[in-house]
Design a binder for this molecule. Sequence first.
Ligand SMILES: [Zn+2]
Length: 335
Amino acid sequence: MKKVFIYFFIFLLIFFLLPAFLTKRNWEVSAKVPENIDEEKVNEKEVYDYKNYGTIKLLHEATNEVEEVDLDTYLCNVVSAEMPVDFELEALKAQAIVARTYTIYKIQNKKHENADVCDNSSCCQAWISKEDRLARWDEDKRQSNWEKIEKCVNETKEKIITYEGKPINAFFHSNSGGTTELPVNVWGGGSQYPYLQIVETAGEDGYTQYQSEVVLSQDELIEKLKTKYQDITIDFNNNEDLKILEYTDSGRVKTVKFGNHEISGTEVRTLFELKSTNFEIIKEDKNIKFTVKGYGHGVGMSQTGADSLAKQGKNYEEIIKHFYVGVEISEVNSI
Ligand SMILES: [Zn+2]
């Protein structure tokens, strides 16, 4: 009888008490799991993890001060300095990704000793403080304009452009004149950037940056040339003495003959302050006229081209992949 009672007790233990105990444990565990997930989600939202790139060191050239700034805040300042705020949203998003990529590339390929980037557009990227930016906009548009810039940076958060898993050297310029240029024709060297090719973009002629001209008298032309070539002589009556000798594959000027000198298109651009190397030379009485197409070096993304593509219905990814051949949009933490 006593044995029967023991067996009954063991039976009770196995079939009722133990499962009840285990079930309670399971319930406790399962009750805790979602709690943990919620906590993680909250943390992810509040503290975004850019890993190595949460803040960057920005050199202000005018004061020579280095400021440590939040990356996305810095990008708002860059985008609002680099691209007109009335451009299409998708063009501004493309600019935000290009600016982020350019910044990460510069962090990895340092130009400055104590800083990651500087605020000089001819060295790194243009930058303007929020205060100065707002002051230059009409008062009634300040808030909505700044919100538009923030939206573009936030909605492309952590996105960068990569080629074979590495951030690209995301060159950009104002207006390509319809066709972009190879870096070798601007800066020389080898072709170490396979993603920077010649691409054509429709609609760039609709922007004020597309066409410009510089008119110089013969004397002014000689004077400017003499700053570099003291022995220059040109016979303006001889058509062979002033003419374009060679064009690059993109249709920009490669070499110009000025009398006894042959000068590269990029040097001509600098000497006469032309907006691009995509120019023609026209003789008008005693004047020399340079008619210029496009604005900037012409390599990589054209900003007006990006806006034109956005107007044609392209999104930021399509715009980026149009200007940078064979690239991917990646998360910065994945590199
Ligand atoms: Zn710099």
